[in-house]
Design a protein around this ligand. Structure first.
Ligand code: AHR
Length: 491
């Protein structure tokens, strides 16, 4: 039997709620149809925002939403997306399917969506094909409270009050689709552009510099050495089962591909550790956050769908990836303070899929909903012994966990059993803690289990009671391929 030790005396860091963030890009059916419809559409909406999707995301506890991209951000010109909708400029979305972007969802619509969601804002600016002036004026348009040309324009467009930007990304993937820059060059460009991302009045924008792709440690080193003036550095890492011609299918995979997927997802542990170590050299006070503002599984698109729309289904395998990744972020919350899974609706590892007026919630959705209790909790020291597996030339543990405590001393412990076939028994001991009650919720099923528009509830959370409570802990056996949340309160 494995042993799970939780130490409430070891309070490590605050788990920033924004670790549970999401990403919405003008890509495929994410914004249009997924989040936003014509206000006159028969699909129930408030000011164009789908009621079903907004309600589901609120229930899940969405803390922050990144917009408008992604690669799209570095081709986006914000002035095209304000004012009279019938006069808004149309453009070609060159990155994503070559479709016409009519700019009917722009700055005002984004802030309205965040208002309805009750979440914080994360806007990504255009460095690749935009000017310093364009970025400067966008920030003025959104946040200036007074008399200025841009504040006046915002008022004329129907919004007298300034909005609040929490995070502002100065470019996206500038080593790739955002301008193919070298790290030294981008570090200088960053310094210049960020100068004009002004804090007007009481506005305090957290500036995010474009960080590395995957294991590009040189990029992190260069940015930390030269860029400065940043609140955060971003990291992008996707879990792609195959890196050759085919990425792999969302619904069809064998056990080898399952294990490869899990071991690739587990690589996030190494990436945040090693990028964090470089950051520690320049910033031992951990003033600069590492934000993983794009992560998730990336498979081949579903057959018959536009290859540029990146639409994929979502199984228990994705739920395992989500559960283990979020546990990794919790464990590194001293440095990782925001993350955004790609992408909220209808694109890559989505939490919701839509088909016209219909909507379903994916297994990944239920993981985020279960884990929301960690938001703003204090990370506790914890350790779970576990068997290790080998896949894709690396070892990964069968069990992954994280534990946190709220201000009333209630502990949330989330445990993922990555094994497709083996259950796992473990005994939990909580130091200096007299257990009064334990409640648990589980998401489990065959690794291939998923929700379809015909069967929307194949995979969903249910309560779990296969445990026995002792004085300072509990004993349990959790099934194969499961994500379990234990909520423990004390006497
Ligand atoms: O999420 C899809 C794309 O992946 C984003 O637009 C880009 O930033 C990344 O390469």
């Amino acid at each position: 039997m494995d042993k799970y030790l939780i130490n409430p005396n070891q309070k490590i860091s605050t788990i920033n709620k924004d670790i549970y963030g999401h990403f919405s890009e003008h890509l495929g059916r994410c914004i249009y149809e997924g989040l936003f419809v014509d206000p006159d559409s028969p699909i129930p909406n408030v000011n164009g925002m789908r009621i079903d999707v907004v309600e589901a995301l609120k229930e899940m506890g969405i803390p922050v939403l990144r917009w408008p991209g992604g690669c799209f951000a570095d081709e986006y010109h914000w002035m095209d997306g304000i004012g009279d909708k019938s006069k808004r400029k149309k453009m070609i979305n060159t990155h994503w399917g070559g479709v016409v972007e009519d700019n009917s969802f722009g700055t005002h619509e984004y802030f309205e969506l965040c208002r309805q969601l009750g979440c914080d804002t994360y806007i990504n600016g255009n460095v690749g094909s935009g000017s310093v002036r364009e970025m400067n004026e966008w920030v003025e348009y959104m946040t200036f409270d007074g008399t200025s040309p841009m504040a006046q324009l915002r008022k004329e467009n129907g919004h007298a009050e300034p909005w609040k930007i929490k995070y502002f990304g100065v470019g996206n993937e500038n080593w790739g689709c955002g301008g193919n820059m070298l790290p030294d060059y981008y570090a200088n460009v960053y310094r210049r552009y960020q100068t004009y991302v002004r804090n007007y009045g009481s506005s305090r924008i957290l500036k995010v510099a474009c960080g590395p792709n995957d294991d590009d440690y040189n990029w992190t080193d260069t940015l930390m050495k030269h860029a400065r003036h940043m609140s955060a550095l971003s990291l992008h890492y996707y879990t792609v089962p195959n890196v050759y011609k085919w990425r792999g299918k969302a619904l069809e995979f064998d056990s080898v591909e399952y294990e490869t997927t899990i071991s690739k997802a587990y690589r996030m542990e190494e990436l945040v550790t090693r990028h964090g170590e470089i950051m520690n050299r320049y910033d031992p006070q951990k003033r600069v956050s590492l934000v993983v503002d794009e992560w998730g599984t990336w498979y081949d698109v579903e057959e018959g769908t536009n290859p540029g729309f990146l639409y994929q289904q979502n199984t228990m395998r994705d739920a395992i990836v989500a559960g283990l990744t979020l546990n990794i972020f919790n464990k590194h919350s001293d440095r990782v303070r925001m993350a955004n899974i790609a992408q909220t609706v209808n694109v890559l590892q989505s939490v919701a899929l839509t088909d016209g007026a219909d909507m379903l919630l994916t297994p990944t959705y239920y993981v985020f909903k279960m884990y929301k209790d960690h938001q703003n909790n204090t990370l506790l020291g914890s350790y779970l012994t576990s068997k290790e597996y080998e896949a894709d030339h690396r070892l990964y543990p069968q069990l992954l966990e994280s534990a946190s405590m709220d201000e009333n001393g209630v502990i949330t412990a989330t445990v993922v059993n990555t094994s497709e076939t083996e259950s796992a028994a473990f005994k939990t001991q909580i130091a200096d803690y007299a257990v009064k009650s334990v409640k648990a919720e589980i998401l489990t099923g065959a690794s291939h289990a998923y929700n379809s528009f015909e069967t929307k509830d194949s995979v969903k959370t249910r309560s779990f009671d296969a445990f026995t409570v002792s004085g300072d802990g509990f004993e349990t056996e959790i099934p194969a391929c499961s994500v379990v949340k234990f909520t423990v309160s004390h006497e």
